[in-house]
Design a protein. Structure first.
Length: 255
């Protein structure tokens, strides 16, 4: 009876440990996936930052060249065989993103814009700093990155913004880029993580239930030896009187 209770107890322990192990494994898996997701997001932000800064440098370089040509008495047209804006857009497209160069946003321009993007644009225009946000579109995650274009000397001298001063906000470089999933970003690492945690979970369950099986075997053997020793002792006593021989076994059977 005591052995049976112990077997039931160890079975309950095995079930409890299996549940705990499942929760622990799943928690670590989710934690790891979230870390990978954060890493991908950070890399996406860095990529957007680099691309928008390169675009700004290209615009600055173009206006600087135009200003130098103007001082020499020459006229340099940026739109000859190509458009500077189209060049920047093409560079971004090859990186899987979309860039737009726009003027300052007015309140009417925010109609139909995602609330997160709207707040990010307003924050960028107010602080004159790079800002970004994450948003969803068609059940996919995207990054919106905005870089303010601030007036510089070459912009004021050769551009139409002669009424502006250095540091004034002239416009924005907006970038929209899809945030890839781990499967898209690094398929090998994605399948490796799934295999590793699934394998660890299965191995853990096997160990737990193997220990439970061995414990059951141990108590079964212990119970069997205990019963055999009792029956041997009873037989030894009952052999003294043939009239009561087998009585204990028959009582045990009916009981």
């Amino acid at each position: 009876m005591i052995s049976t209770k112990r077997i039931i107890f160890f079975k309950k322990v095995a079930i409890f440990l299996s549940i705990v192990w499942t929760i622990v494994t799943y928690s670590f898996f989710v934690y790891q996936m979230n870390n990978e997701k954060a890493h991908i997001f950070s890399n996406t932000v860095t990529k957007a930052k680099t691309t928008t800064h390169q675009s700004e440098e290209l615009i600055t370089w173009a206006f600087d060249r135009k200003l130098k040509a103007r001082k020499r008495g020459n006229v340099l047209e940026l739109r000859t065989d190509f458009s500077l804006r189209d060049l920047i857009y093409s560079m971004a497209k090859k990186q899987g993103s979309t860039i737009t160069i726009e003027g300052n946003y007015l309140e009417d321009d925010f109609a139909g814009i995602d609330e997160n993007i709207k707040n990010t644009i307003k924050k960028s225009q107010a602080t004159k700093r790079d800002c970004f946000t994450k948003y969803e579109e068609d059940k996919k995650e995207y990054l919106f990155y905005i870089k303010p274009l601030l007036a510089k000397n070459n912009c004021i001298e050769c551009h139409i913004h002669d009424d502006q001063k250095v540091g004034d906000l002239l416009g924005n470089i907006n970038m929209k880029i899809k945030i890839p999933t781990l499967k898209e970003y690094n398929p090998a690492n994605y399948y490796f993580l799934i295999f590793t945690y699934l394998f660890s979970w299965i191995v853990g369950l096997i160990i737990i239930w193997w220990i439970r099986h061995k414990s059951k075997q141990y108590f079964d053997e212990k119970t069997k030896r205990y019963e055999e020793s009792i029956y041997s002792f009873v037989d030894m006593i009952e052999r003294r009187d043939s009239y009561t021989a087998g009585h204990s076994k028959r009582v045990a059977k009916y009981a």
